[in-house]
Design a protein around this ligand. Structure first.
Ligand code: ASP
Length: 453
C-alpha cells in the first residue's frame, strides 16, 4: 500500500488535478492521498496559504475581509467549475472560508493556524469530490478523524507518538482516503499546523502510521538533483540515496522536502520516492534506509552560504585541559548554536550560521577569549560558504577528498577549512562565498563528468 502526497503546484489548477487523478487511479495501491493547498499556477501567482495569511491579517486588524474571502473562494471556484463539480461542494468550501471570520480573536492562540489550515482542508474536500465524480471510491478525512494528534505549539506542531496507533487502524479502509496535509489537532481539539511546507510531514506521518510500503511525494521536479540546477547546467537527478545522505544534502541547502518530513518515514522504515506530477513516468529519486545498488562515492554536492567562523589560536592549546569546554560554554551562554568545529594543534575554529551572531555577541566572544582564556589570536571571519560532497559509499573509496581538492585547486579556489565526520557520509569544505558556485561546478565535473576533460 502506498501513501501519496501532492504539493501545491500539483493541485494549483483543474489541469493539474486531472494529472493527479490519473496518477492515483493508475495504481490501486495508492490508497492514502495527502494534499497541500492550491499553490502557484505561474511564478507571479499567489499560493492559497499566503492569501489566507492576508485574510487573517485583515480579520484581526478589523479591516473589511470581503475581498480576501472572495479571492480565496474564487480560486477554488475556478478549479471546481473547470472540473464540473457539483455546486454543493463549493457551498461547503465557501461557508468554511467565510466562517473563519467569525472565530474569536482574543485568547485564541490557534486562530492563525486555523486560517492557514483551511487551505489544505478545503482542498482535500474538493479533491475527494473530484475523485468520486470520476468513479473512484474515495472520501475526505479530517486529521482529527485520522488520528493526527499534535503538540500544542502553534505553527510548529509536533506529532504525538500516540497518533500512530490510531493511524494504523486506517489500514482496514478500502476507499481512497484524502487527508489534508500541514496540520493536526491538539489533545484539546485545536487545529495546529506544522511549520510552513508541512504537508510533507503529514504524508510522512500517515505513511509511518499505516505502515505503507512506500511514501510517494509528488512535486514539480523529476527528483533530487545531484547539484543545484541554478548553479550546474542540467545536473542529473539522483536515482537513489539513503536517508542519511538526504539529511546531509538537506542541511546544506537541498530543499525539495521539508526537513522534518524525513523523520517519521525514517523511523517507520518506510522508503520514500520523490516524483514529478508533470512527468510521472520518470522514476524520480528513491530515499531508502540502506543503499540497494552499488553507489558511486559521491552522490550529490550541496552548498550553502551565510556562515561565519570564529577562529582562535593559542600556543600549547592541546595541553590545556578543559579549553574546548570553556569556549563552547561562552557560546552556550550567548545562546549561539554552532555547526562545525575543525581544529588544529594550537588552533580551533567554530563555524556558525551568520544569523547566530550580532556585533555585540561578537565583541563579547572576542573579549572573553582573549581576557579569560588567554588566546593569542582571535578573529571572526564572515562571508563564508560550506560545500559538501555527500555519499555513504565514500568510506569504501580511497582518494575522494584528493579528487575534490585537486578540482578546487585547479580553479585556484582557496580552502579555508576541511572537515569530515567519522561516519564518512560527507566531506565539508569551507570557502569564501564568492567562490562557492565555481567550486560546486568544479566538483560536479570532477565527480560526475570526469571523461569530459
Ligand atoms: N500550504 C502550506 C504552505 O504553503 C503547507 C504545504 O504546502 O506543505 O506552507
Amino acid at each position: 500500500m502506498k501513501v501519496i502526497k501532492f504539493g501545491g503546484s500539483s493541485l494549483a489548477s483543474a489541469e493539474q488535478l486531472k494529472k493527479v487523478l490519473d496518477i492515483v487511479t493508475s495504481d490501486p495501491e495508492r490508497r492514502f492521498v495527502i494534499v497541500s493547498a492550491p499553490g502557484k499556477r505561474h511564478s507571479e501567482d499567489t499560493k492559497v496559504t499566503d492569501a489566507l495569511i492576508k485574510y487573517y491579517k485583515n480579520y484581526v486588524a478589523g479591516n473589511d475581509v470581503t475581498a480576501s474571502q472572495k479571492w480565496i473562494i474564487d480560486r477554488y471556484q475556478a478549479i471546481a467549475d473547470e472540473l464540473g463539480l457539483s455546486p454543493a461542494i463549493m457551498t461547503k468550501i465557501s461557508t468554511a472560508i467565510k466562517q473563519l471570520a467569525t472565530l474569536p480573536i482574543e485568547d485564541n492562540a490557534f486562530l492563525y493556524d486555523t486560517f492557514l489550515a483551511a487551505g489544505e482542508d478545503n482542498n482535500a474536500k474538493l479533491v475527494a469530490e473530484y475523485f468520486r465524480k470520476n468513479g473512484l471510491s474515495s472520501r475526505y478525512m479530517h486529521p482529527k478523524e485520522a488520528g493526527i494528534i499534535v503538540s500544542s505549539e502553534p505553527s510548529n506542531a509536533r506529532i504525538l507518538p500516540s497518533s500512530y496507533d490510531k493511524l494504523e487502524a486506517l489500514q482496514e479502509l478500502d476507499e481512497v482516503i484524502v487527508i489534508p496535509g500541514f496540520f493536526g489537532v491538539t489533545v484539546d481539539g485545536n487545529v495546529c499546523t506544522f511549520s510552513r511546507g508541512g504537508s510533507d510531514i503529514s504524508g510522512s506521518i500517515v505513511a509511518a502510521g499505516v505502515k505503507a510500503d512506500l511514501y510517494e511525494n509528488f512535486t514539480d521536479v523529476d527528483g533530487i538533483f545531484a547539484a543545484h540546477p541554478g548553479v550546474v547546467h542540467k545536473p542529473h537527478t539522483i536515482k537513489e540515496l539513503t536517508y542519511r545522505e538526504m539529511r546531509e544534502l538537506a542541511y546544506a541547502g537541498f530543499s525539495v522536502l521539508h526537513d522534518e518530513a524525513l523523520i517519521p518515514a525514517y523511523r517507520g522504515k518506510i522508503p520514500l520516492v520523490i516524483k514529478n506530477t508533470n512527468n510521472p513516468n520518470h522514476p524520480g529519486t528513491r530515499i531508502t534506509l540502506k543503499n540497494t545498488s552499488n553507489n558511486a562515492p559521491v552522490i550529490g554536492i550541496a552548498a550553502d552560504d551565510n556562515f561565519a567562523s570564529i577562529n582562535m589560536s593559542k600556543y600549547l592549546m592541546n595541553r590545556e585541559v578543559g579549553f574546548g569546554r570553556k569556549v563552547l560554554q561562552i557560546l552556550e551562554e550567548l545562546n549561539i548554536r554552532w555547526e562545525h568545529m575543525p581544529t588544529g594543534i594550537d588552533d580551533m575554529s567554530i563555524i556558525v550560521r551568520e544569523r547566530e551572531l550580532t556585533p555585540i555577541k561578537e565583541q563579547e566572544i572576542t573579549t572573553y577569549l582573549t581576557r579569560e582564556l588567554g588566546v593569542d589570536e582571535v578573529d571572526i571571519e564572515h562571508g563564508l560558504s560550506i560545500i559538501m560532497i555527500v555519499g555513504e559509499d565514500m568510506k569504501n573509496h580511497i582518494g575522494v577528498t584528493a579528487t575534490a581538492t585537486k578540482a578546487l585547486s585547479e580553479k585556484h579556489i582557496n580552502l579555508e577549512m576541511i572537515s569530515q565526520g567519522s561516519s564518512e557520509v560527507s566531506v565539508m569544505f569551507v570557502t569564501q562565498t564568492e567562490h562557492e558556485k565555481q567550486a560546486v561546478r568544479a566538483l560536479y565535473k570532477a565527480f560526475f563528468q570526469p571523461e569530459e576533460d
